[in-house]
Design a binder for this molecule. Structure first.
Ligand code: ZN
Ligand code: ZN
Length: 375
């Protein structure tokens, strides 16, 4: 095989149409580094592009390499790179920003209009042997942080951005998290690491609640069943009252909920969360479902609820994520339920979409090994 083209890549060509392609190995210049990818996690967005070819306004129009949750080994450094050397183990932050716009300069680079984000059209992702990125987005991994942990730093950073940066959760506060998928679970892990008093997990699947309780939640809540003929908002009001009653949650004072995170995207979760948050509390929306939902704006006003959207992660998310894992405050290992060879990437996507593998085992996070690597 020609040295300049030994870069097998998992490429999305169209809806449900993926192929392996040899792509050229990217050249590095200036402050860039080339990373030999060792592990890549699959997330809902990757599956969305495969199944629907789009997420909202992001439409796949040309072949695109999938994957954005990765770790690997630095194999080349540009002449301006000072903090990394060939052989360093790193986690990859997959969004390169312009650094010059008002939002980049204001420390909200996740909102940069010119962000080049891996596996968001039209930009190629990390499911390849090599990935090139600005050196400062390759974060060295301490020795006790594995490549698998390194791949999980990306979704953990989403949890940190939601719970810590935007949610502002402090030690001793209480949080409710709707949705016990990977992002919801990682939000719980962050809340636990930050010293939250109560971490209430909400999900409609009892087995997911059991997992959440074992992993990081202090309490769980299984939503009540809808009654025929009631509207969604009527249901949500009743559901919030039941949650409060069952868990002794108050509207204000020490038993109130300081922070609500919706990691489900479900309309009734968003509605319920608004009723559950304390007066003066904060609500962070990180889950994405049907974008058009009905909410009780009266409750938002009378509680002076702060409602924030959470998009990916920003300054400080990666270092904090790596620090919490390295110090043992967050254990990512229980979340990695499935491992695949690079050649079996499509099987990993199918299992992620189904939420389980063919043997019926529940899937939380699937990790794909780099080309030629054993999972
Ligand atoms: Zn992701
Ligand atoms: Zn910018």
């Amino acid at each position: 095989m020609c040295q300049h083209h030994d870069n097998p890549s998992f490429v999305l060509k169209g809806i449900d149409d993926v192929v392996y392609e040899e792509r050229p190995i990217p050249e590095v210049t200036g402050d860039e580094v080339l990373v030999n990818v060792k592990r890549t996690g699959i997330c809902g967005s990757d599956v969305h592009y495969l199944v629907e070819g789009r997420i909202g306004d992001f439409v796949v129009k040309a072949p695109m390499v999938l994957g954005h949750e990765s770790s690997g080994i630095v194999t080349k450094v540009g002449p301006k790179v000072k903090h990394l050397k060939v052989g360093d183990r790193v986690a990859l932050e997959p969004g390169a920003t312009c650094r010059a716009c008002d939002l980049c300069k204001a420390g909200r680079y996740e909102l940069c209009e010119d962000i080049i984000f891996a596996a968001t059209p039209p930009y190629d992702g990390t499911l390849a042997r090599y990935y090139r990125l600005p050196g400062d987005l390759a974060y060295p991994l301490p020795e006790n942080v594995t490549f698998e942990d390194g791949a999980m730093i990306e979704p953990l950073s989403v949890g940190i951005h939601s719970v810590s940066t935007l949610g502002g959760l402090k030690a001793g506060q209480s949080i409710v998290i709707f949705g016990c998928g990977p992002v919801g679970l990682l939000c719980m892990a962050v809340a636990k690491a930050l010293g939250a008093r109560r971490i209430i997990a909400v999900d409609i699947v009892p087995s997911r609640l059991e997992f959440a309780k074992e992993y990081a939640a202090t309490h769980t809540y299984l939503p009540v069943k809808p009654i025929e003929g009631e509207t969604k908002i009527e249901y949500s009001r009743r559901n919030a009252a039941a949650l409060k009653e069952q868990l002794g949650v108050a509207e204000r004072g020490p038993n109130a909920i300081d922070l609500v995170i919706d990691a489900s995207g479900a309309e009734v979760s968003i509605q319920t969360g608004i009723y559950v948050a304390k007066a003066g509390g904060t609500f962070v929306q990180v889950g994405m479902g049907n974008p058009n939902v009905t909410i009780d704006i009266g409750a938002v006003i009378t509680k002076e609820l702060v409602y924030k959207g959470s998009f990916r992660y920003g300054p400080g998310s990666y270092p904090m994520a790596i620090g919490l894992v390295a110090s043992g405050k967050i254990d990512l290992k229980p979340l990695v339920t499935h491992r695949f060879k690079f050649e079996d990437a499509l099987t990993a996507f199918k299992a992620t979409k189904a939420g389980k593998s063919e043997d019926g085992k529940t899937l939380i996070k699937a990790i794909i090994a780099g080309p030629g690597e054993e999972p």
